[in-house]
Design a protein around this ligand. Structure first.
Ligand code: 5GP
Ligand code: ZN
Length: 114
């Protein structure tokens, strides 16, 4: 989508620090990191939010999860542990309407989140 921030990052129209890229996914560092490791993993296709996933997106979902695994290994948190957060909708504070998985790690993470 032309006016979507993350679609523009996918098209390299806006710079980002890419950690991992596949045909279907992109992983890049969050501009405002909340932990030593804070990477956003997104499908390249414009899917606005988690509630928009449908059965035909199964392959994309698997690809996103594989990219999360790869990011965890590359960022050295696969063994220490990490958290994956998907904000969905207003009460969650979702600010960008292109579904994104926050991969957070590199320190102890509080539970429950605020
Ligand atoms: P949300 O609140 O929608 O779950 O998360 C959006 C995330 O995108 C925030 O953590 C924010 O820091 C990040 N973000 C917003 N604009 C940009 C940008 O232009 N580049 C990058 N790399 N991250 C961004
Ligand atoms: Zn988009």
């Amino acid at each position: 989508m032309a006016d979507c921030l993350f679609c523009r990052i996918v098209k390299k129209q806006i710079p980002a620090t890419v950690v991992e890229e596949t045909d279907q996914t992109l992983a890049f560092r969050d501009i405002n990191p909340r932990a030593p490791v804070h990477v956003l993993v997104i499908p390249k296709d414009h899917i606005p939010a988690l509630m928009d996933f449908r059965p035909e997106h199964a392959a994309i979902l698997m690809a996103v999860h594989q990219t999360i695994q790869k990011v965890a290994e590359k960022e050295n948190v696969a063994h220490s542990g990490f958290r994956v957060v998907v904000n969905n909708g207003k009460d969650s504070g979702q600010a960008v309407a292109h579904v994104h998985y926050h991969v957070l790690g590199g320190r102890g993470l509080n539970w429950p989140p605020g």
